[in-house]
Design a binder for this molecule. Sequence first.
Ligand code: NI
Length: 204
Amino acid sequence: MNRVRILLVLLCVAAAIFAGLLAWRVGALGGRSGGPGQVSATGTAAIGGPFTLTDQDGKPVTEAALKGRWSAVFFGFTYCPDVCPGTLQALKAAAGQIGDKTEKLQVVFISVDPERDTPQQMKDYLEAMDLPVKTIGMTGTPEQVAAAAKAYRAYYKKNGEGEGYLVDHSTAIYLMNPQGQFDRVLAYGMTPDQMAVQLNQAIK
Ligand code: NI
């Protein structure tokens, strides 16, 4: 073999390895069938995907519940002393500023505390919050909740012992479009006015 042939062989081997790695990476990220495009052009995994949980009426609920409306999805728990009530109050105030677009929006509150957040507890809590938009509370088994949080890249961790424990959790609100695909984050700390601007921009 001359040098050119050796170089060509090496190039082919390198290309094959690269193609293999690429296929493996796409497969690892996009392996869940049927979900909305998990892989973008940059190879970044998208937020969202399949889940199976239980709604506040005790009925099974999946990602299909996100179809047909814009969804403000966030993770938290009903015993949360600050972040979750604050988030719901901000969403409530923002929803009050978007007029008829509330008909195209729903809030999806997914519990990261399945131990205490029974469907009935979710129902009572959300009814007390009394948002001017359709609101779905979701909980489930610890495994179901973990899978849903993973799909949304949401973080949570039990903090403390005994009945009064807390659950640390990520605070982002994920705005999903009516096809159930990620549109944008509404960051915790946004004022209701800022949230309303984002909602008005997104919802046509
Ligand atoms: Ni919270």
